[in-house]
Design a protein around this ligand. Sequence first.
Ligand SMILES: [Zn+2]
Length: 357
Amino acid sequence: MQSTTRRTVLELVHRGQARTRHDLSRLIGLSRSAVAQTVAELVAEGLLAEHAADRPVRRGRPSTQLKLVPHRGWVGAIDLGHRHVGVAVGDMHHDVVDERRVSWRVDGSATDALALARSMLTEALARHGRSRRDLWAVGVTVPFPVVERTVRPIGSVPGWDGVRPAELLRLPATTTVIVDNSSDLGAWGEYVHAAAPPVRSLIYVSAGDGVGGGLVIDGRIFAGTHGVSGEIGHVPVPGCRLRCRCGRTGCLDALVSVAGDGTPSSVRAAGRAVGAALAQVATFVDPDVVVLGGVLGSTDAAFVRSAEDAYARHEPSRRVTFTAARLGLRSAQWGAFDRATHEAWAGASLGTARRRR
Ligand SMILES: [Zn+2]
């Protein structure tokens, strides 16, 4: 069976748009026999259940209603920032049931950060009587560009260059692992959670310990050829002489990092610089929404106001909605969880999962 058909069936049932096989035929445009086969397979795998309807769904014939079986498989998310490790687990119903976050110097060593994430994941599953074998899919965010599941930092970050996080996690072969940049997944998290249609294009910027950006264009993450689209962290800021983690001086990332634990004036300066940089990106992308996340973007009103004012000065058409991240510090984690859930729906069942590493 096509994995896209499986995913579409499960999505439609999950969203409540399809309650019967007839709904599925109508919405997907497949024959009744093709839908019957897909539903039969999903029921046999324990992903979907059919119940007798309380009352006839369609006039004239008895009908059964479709429901997801949430606890058949489990999904995990690992959110690695420059200074934190977050882990969430949830069920196939798209609900997070457990999440923890600890401070950790992630940049120093991929091996250590991923070992910590692995043990946090194990503990989270154990709290619900589960083990890593129950995981059908895991989404991993890393605070560096990712190309073909390999980390490619900007500048010198020896602890991460060339790392393939899915391999270091050593999860069962039946677990699908997806790895992506945290700003891209942050953009996706905000898009699916808060800004889904009619929003088509969204720019997300995480500002706190450094700054990173991600783009969703026409409902898809746009990562770019080298995985660095939206990475505004290393654009030069006029007059800034701070040393940046990339080895140069005067980058936006350095200015925002200082503001992350700094004074009100440094917060406003960082906000102005981020707003000006965003206005340049917006000229090309023409987004519906600009979302500011990270510690500064989601919690500091002065930062958001400064950024919005600078943005409006540089991009005076003002057709964009400016907003703080509705998921707060959890945008990237939620984006990873959502992507992993969809991977699980697409075909990760025990024994048949594709090994993506
Ligand atoms: Zn830099």
